[in-house]
Structures are given as structure tokens and as C-alpha cells.
Design a protein around this ligand. Structure first.
Ligand code: ZN
Ligand code: ZN
Length: 291
């Protein structure tokens, strides 16, 4: 059996909105039967106005130092636990600052021996889409309505995918986080989603089927079933992401991601290895390793 996740492993040691130490997160992943586990801590932010809530005390300088410490510590842990689990060390991107993010992300990637990059968009023009329903409602109103918000978001994701070419494309439809149960995108937005999927296919990216939405009560796993079905017909590969932010969430909800993948018609799920890059596992060979 293989059991894996490539988006998550955030820890309270290096992320102000997570809990637990990195070591506790890794040892929990081992105890929960993971054979491969990706650590993708948030990249630092470079402007005071881009700090996440709770990071004010650290500031931009403190965040940069925390990220450096994360990279060093995670890479040391990758070696220290090598006999028990294969850790893959990467980071989760931002499209911030709006001017210059691509260069900033490329510099981060080059500065450390990372295994992979998780490409994420959490903002539109420097305003968060996933921080709170109130903030997203205000952003939606300023942009001219939900469809305008969604089009701007998928445009930003397409641009991120085409320019950064991330290994994993995170929570593809994060922009629908606060939409009600049963929500589906309009035809116009669905065409923009198709453009994003075409960019993912062209750059060889792998879709993160991320159970955080389901676990936190924000509808089905990311992305929605219709998007996952379309990705399947286009031959786009998928992988698993628990988006863990502490030991409580390591692996929690991944069975929902697997169920969504199966329902979309996939028979195989991709998993990243340090030695051979991406490999594929049949659905019935995926699950926690029994000790
Ligand atoms: Zn986070
Ligand atoms: Zn994210």
C-alpha cells in the first residue's frame, strides 16, 4: 500500500495559524501509516500588508527568518526519518507581491534543495479570497459580483500555472470556499476553468485533490466533481492533499479525496518520489501502511 499527501505539513513552529511542532507532525504522519509525506509550508510574504492575521508580531523580517528555519529543519528531518517515511520538502506559493511574485518564488525555490513546489493563489490583487466570508463578500462587491471574482481568480491561477509551472496545483477552486452547498460555476466561469486545466495539462502539473474544504464544512473536496471529471477526460493527473495544519489534521479526510477521484472516473492516483519523480498507484493499492 502507498499512502501520501503533498499539500500540508504546516506546523505551529513555522506557521502562525498552525499548531504542533514539525517533528510532531512528521511523527504523526509516520504513526498514521504514510509512506510519502509532503511538507509544503507557506512561503514568506514580503510586504506588511500581505501578512496573514497573527503574523504581525513576526513582521516581514521574522517571516523570512522562519521560512529559512523551516527549510533547514525540514531537510534535516527528511534525512533523520528516511528509514521510516519518505518526506518530500517543498513550499506553498503566493502570487504576492502582485508585482515581482514570480521572481520571489523562483529565488526561494533556488535557495534550497526542495523536492517540489505547490502552486497556490489565495489573493486577487493583494486581497485574500479565503480569509473570511466577510472579506470575500467585500472583494466580490468591489469586483462587480461573484462571476467577476471567479473569472479574476481562475485568470490568476492560469497565469500562475503558465509562468511558475508548479509540480502540484493546489485547491484549484478555492474561490468557491464560501459558496453554499450545491454551488456550481456558471458556463462562462466553467470556460475559464477549462483554460486553467489546459494550462495544467500543458505544463505537466498534478492536481491537488484537497480534503480541507470538506473537513472544514466548505462543501466537497477541492476541486468540485464537475471540474475533476473534466480533468479526468483531459488526462490530467491527480494527487492527494490533506492541507494539515498540526497533528489533529494529518491525513484527516483523505478518504473523501479518494472517493471524489474514483467518482470522477480515475483509476490511478499520482504520487511523488524523490528517486523516480511521479509514479502512479491503482486506487485499490492506496491507503495507510499497517505496522
Ligand atoms: Zn495555512
Ligand atoms: Zn493554500
Amino acid at each position: 500500500m502507498v499512502w501520501f499527501s503533498y499539500h500540508g505539513g504546516h506546523s505551529g513552529e513555522f506557521c502562525a495559524h498552525a499548531t504542533s511542532t514539525l517533528e510532531e507532525v512528521v511523527d504523526t504522519a509516520i504513526a498514521r501509516g504514510f509512506t510519502y509525506y509532503g511538507l509544503s509550508e507557506h512561503c514568506p510574504r514580503y510586504r506588511e500588508e500581505d501578512l496573514y492575521p497573527g503574523e504581525e508580531r513576526l513582521g516581514v523580517t521574522g517571516l523570512a527568518a522562519a521560512f529559512e528555519a523551516y527549510a533547514t529543519h525540514a531537510i534535516a528531518m527528511r534525512n533523520a526519518r528516511a528509514g521510516q517515511i519518505e518526506l518530500l520538502v517543498g513550499f506553498e506559493t503566493e502570487t504576492l507581491p502582485p508585482d515581482g511574485w514570480l521572481k520571489a518564488m523562483a529565488q526561494l525555490r533556488a535557495a534550497h534543495p526542495f523536492d517540489y513546489v505547490v502552486g497556490s493563489v489565495h489573493d486577487i490583487c493583494g486581497r485574500w479570497v479565503d480569509y473570511s466570508a466577510t472579506a470575500t463578500a467585500a472583494l466580490t462587491a468591489d469586483l462587480g459580483g461573484p462571476e467577476a471574482l471567479q473569472l479574476a481568480y481562475f485568470d490568476a491561477v492560469t497565469n500562475m500555472v503558465e509562468t511558475l509551472r508548479p509540480d502540484v496545483v493546489a485547491h484549484l477552486d478555492l474561490v468557491r470556499k464560501y459558496e453554499p452547498a450545491g454551488f456550481t460555476f456558471s458556463n462562462r466561469v466553467s470556460r475559464a476553468v477549462k483554460t486553467t486545466l489546459e494550462a495544467i495539462r500543458a505544463t505537466g502539473g498534478v492536481l491537488d485533490v484537497n480534503c480541507a474544504a470538506f473537513r472544514n464544512g466548505y462543501g466537497p473536496v477541492y476541486p468540485l466533481p464537475q471540474i475533476l471529471e473534466q480533468a479526468q477526460t483531459m488526462g490530467i493527473r491527480v494527487t492527494l492533499g490533506d492541507d494539515s495544519h498540526g497533528v489533529q489534521t494529518v491525513g484527516v479526510g483523505l478518504e473523501q479525496s479518494l472517493a471524489a477521484i474514483a467518482a470522477a472516473g480515475y483509476r490511478r492516483v499520482s504520487y511523488l518520489t524523490r528517486a523516480d519523480g511521479w509514479r502512479e498507484a491503482l486506487l485499490d493499492t492506496i491507503g495507510p501502511r499497517k505496522c
